[in-house]
Ligand binder design. Sequence first.
Ligand code: UD1
Ligand code: CA
Length: 461
Amino acid sequence: MALAAVVLAAGKGTRMKSRHPKVLHRLGGRPIVQYVVEAVREAGAQRVIVVTGYGHEAVAAVVGELGAEAVLQEQQLGTAHALLQAERVLAGFRGDVLVVCGDTPLLRGETLSRLVAQHRASGAAVTVLTAILENPRGYGRVVRDAAGRILRIVEQADGSPEELAIREINTGVFCFAADGLFAALREIPSSSQQGEYYLTDILSVYLQNGRSVSSVPVEDPVEAYGINDRRQLAAAEKLIRRAILDYWMNAGVTVIDPDSTYVDREARIGPDTVIHPLTIIEGDSVIGAECVLGPGARLIRARLGDRVSVQYAVVVESRIGERSTVGPFAYVRPGCEIGAGVRIGDFVELKKSVVGAGSKVPHLSYVGDAVIGEKVNIGAGVITCNYDGEKKWTTVIEDGAFIGSNANLVAPVTVGRGAYIGAGSTIRRDVPSGALGVARSDQKNIPDWETLRKKKARKTT
Ligand code: UD1
Ligand code: CA
């Protein structure tokens, strides 16, 4: 049977106190709504419709990337009104409609599949996913009769003290038979307290119309967790991050201290990699096997080969070849291609540069817009002068060259294969292969300088 999913995500998320729509806030490095869209897909939804409103364009762009359709709810008149907006795109749809709030990212696809299966098995018009919470505050409570049949869902703001004492809550997830759904939504009266149309009130409408209402409890109540404010965002972040780390630990990665390690959902890590504290792996970074990361590594959309070591360093949008080491205290900026067995040492900044296999940039250098060959040695304090105030220029250093300490290479310039550069030189012209390039004034020694100075001083007093 066909399954469509509708994700309700039009609300501003007032309690977030944010300029940005709530569902675009990030969790594990990706938008909250992405978790929900992926979960409903996993549950078998062939079509995913996201109801957007506040920040419509931004949300529509994000969900469009995920292959979902956005429909606009112009005014946020409540969750029932939000679902009604999907009628436009679901006209004539036969099958079941899975409805999920955009702000419950911990729901698992498996749980939603189970809900759909039980809904189909029971033949109910609607099946609600419920949860039993220690602290149900803020959620709608599930009110049942003496025989345990669902009567209605009461919102926090509208409940009597007895109702608010109920610990079974509405997760906001429903599976509906499409048949008659939109007609029933139109029958929902606006709630007297808030002037909104509550989707939860559809249960009373169905029961009045003699249609059957069913429920399924969620096994792990943490899945029901909804994000309404920044404290809940931080709490969800912690749960999601821990789940990501558990996944990688199960896959053979050592995480020394999970409390101080942050890995985004899109990142990949090879087995036997060891992650030391205060390491942050962001975006779709790909880390090889047997790497040693941290302490203090920040990798942003980086690609690391096997057995790479990075400590107290930042690597952004760059590739590091196998067995290379970076840091401590290095900054690899976007666009670097670093080969195998390279050493990028302390206080080195690299930008948009290629460094060939076996080369070393061990200390105190700035290397920008450079193409460095294999087995090149860059002395301490070497600087590529890549910018003339208007344009960036390339420095080429061919295989096996040796650049003496504190040299300035004024680009565009090429140092040939196996060439040497004298320490402290400012090189403005190409140096041919095998040559020594020196560009510094000759040293002058003035003999007996100390004695002469002292004599001079005595005369003046
Ligand atoms: C809602 C449920 C509550 C449930 C809880 C689960 C209702 C009335 N209440 O409460 O029973 O326990 O979720 O987390 O359904 N939205 C729209 N358009 C609107 C209003 C809301 O798209 O006009 C979207 C929001 O963007 C959000 C979702 O619906 O993603 C839920 O809205 P929210 O205001 O967070 O409802 P809760 O108070 O959490
Ligand atoms: Ca909510």
